[in-house]
Design a protein around this ligand. Structure first.
Ligand SMILES: Cc1cc2nc3c(=O)[nH]c(=O)nc-3n(C[C@H](O)[C@H](O)[C@H](O)COP(=O)(O)O)c2cc1C
Length: 443
């Protein structure tokens, strides 16, 4: 029996088949309404699929459409339960709803590269691929999910010293068109799971539970990863001047208290530098002086054995060269790049995220910038005789893009948009490169 036939039977048994087109269209129009012709085409596709399913005539060729229809109908989990690639995060659900559990597929067994290991931030890890700080590592269930699916360098989502609510939905959309002056992204856009061209835009506002909540969850998350896997914790402060330094340091201490062995500082999200006309503040890492004050303050606050990583955005040559010599002696690692901020509009010209003109682009569209920054970072490390590890990310959506950042000199490679769209990405990297990836630890 094909997977489409099995899923069909399950839909029928649950009484979901008749309502499928309506549920799909409700999802498609949840945040905005597509132009009439596009909406009509989507409706016709969904109704045609439902009719083929009802008649028992749907075949394997229907799987891509079925995946899209079930995802927007809120039933992505049903496909995932049959091992089908489907995005792990429900874009229609709230940040809180999603925290509970991923909706993506799970591998029956953790993929392993035999007994080979790679050294990352002082630990021997099973394979140097992971998921960076983002909603995909927002809590214990997500950390467990990625660890079991073979992502071995994980960063717990940025947390703060007090609860911070997410922006209004939508928060995250696909961005299938090449970026121009603005990125054009409609909330009903879709890129098929496993397509290496996937890009996304997001505007979450760096939400955080209160420390009481995230500290307990972090403790459980740290216990959920295996000995050959690493879980870092991303933290961020707010305020100005010494208040900012103190808040970063206090939050880093809370993470340490909860058991974190490596703390990552999110220096690359909108922060305290003065707001520009569109209301979005540039990331802290653009200001080398303010950045170093924060990193120094945190380094002083943490115990000697706690690792420290600085996460930065794409920086131009002058800014990166100004930052690295001061940063290098203070940190064990540098992570880059964060999303690339820019104007994001729907096809009708309205903001994709109402009230927020600017959002963060990531995935294939930022691959070139990630590669460029990684190469310069590695070159500056070598030229300066520095020893920090490089955690590279940006546009890793398949084995080739993983390999490109590795070949540029990264010590670990992480993927957010790629892992979201293809939860089996780590498995594919391990299968393709487990025996051959250079720079493993001699054993
Ligand atoms: C939905 C989403 C949420 C994110 N949240 C955070 C965050 O809380 N902290 C952070 O340092 N980076 C955050 N990022 C940035 C990612 O960690 C990563 O740097 C960026 O997405 C580039 O990688 P990619 O091209 O693989 O997506 C987020 C990215 C996405 C897509």
């Amino acid at each position: 029996m094909t997977v489409v036939a099995r899923v069909r039977d399950e839909l029928a048994a649950r009484g979901l088949l008749d309502r499928l087109p309506a549920a799909f269209l409700a999802g498609v129009t949840r945040f905005a309404t597509p132009p009439a012709a596009e909406l009509g085409a989507l409706r016709a596709d969904a109704e045609g699929l439902a009719a083929r399913l009802a008649a028992g005539e749907a075949g394997d060729a229907d799987l891509p459409l079925l995946t899209r229809v079930l995802f927007f109908a809120g039933h992505g989990g049903l496909l995932a339960a049959h091992g089908v690639r489907t995005p792990s995060y429900d874009l229609l659900g709230s940040y809180r709803d999603n925290l509970r559990t991923p909706v993506g597929p799970r591998l029956p067994e953790r993929p392993r590269a035999g007994d080979r290991r790679w050294r990352v931030l002082g630990r021997d890890v099973a394979f140097p691929v992971g998921v960076p700080a983002c909603v995909l590592n927002g809590g214990e269930e997500w950390v467990r999910y990625h660890a079991r699916n073979g992502f071995s360098v994980l960063t717990y989502k940025t947390v703060r010293s007090r609860a911070h609510e997410p922006n209004a939905q939508p928060n995250w959309t696909f961005a299938p068109r090449p970026p121009g002056d603005a990125v054009v992204s409609d909330p009903w856009d879709w890129v098929a799971p496993g397509d290496p061209r996937v890009s996304t835009v997001n505007s979450f506002g760096v939400p955080s539970p209160a420390p009481e909540e995230w500290m307990a969850d972090l403790e459980r998350s740290l216990a959920a990863v295996d000995d050959d896997q690493l879980l870092l914790v991303s933290v961020m402060g707010s305020g100005d001047g010494t208040d900012l330094v103190d808040d970063f340091a206090a939050t880093a201490r809370l993470a340490e208290e909860a058991g974190a062995t490596v703390v990552e500082l999110n220096l690359s999200c909108p922060n305290t530098l003065s707001a520009s006309a569109d209301g979005v503040k540039p990331p802290l890492c653009l200001d080398a002086g303010a950045t170093l004050a924060v990193v120094e303050g945190v380094r002083r606050a943490l115990g000697d054995r706690t690792g420290l990583v600085a996460k930065i955005s794409w920086l131009d040559e002058d800014r990166l060269a100004a930052l690295v010599p001061g940063l290098a002696p203070l940190v064990d690692g540098v992570a880059a790049i964060n999303t690339v901020a820019g104007r994001v509009v729907r096809g009708d010209g309205e903001p994709t995220f109402p009230g927020r003109a600017v959002a963060g682009l990531s995935g294939a569209a930022v691959r070139g910038q990630a590669l460029d920054l990684t190469r310069r970072l590695v070159a500056l490390r070598e030229a300066g005789g520095h020893r920090f590890d490089v955690l590279a990310m940006g546009g890793v959506t398949d084995v080739a893009s993983f390999e490109a950042l590795w070949a540029a000199g990264a010590d670990a490679v992480q993927s957010a948009s790629g892992a979201f769209a293809d939860p089996f990405l780590a498995r594919d990297c391990v299968a393709a490169l487990g025996d051959t990836l250079p720079r493993s630890v001699p054993r």
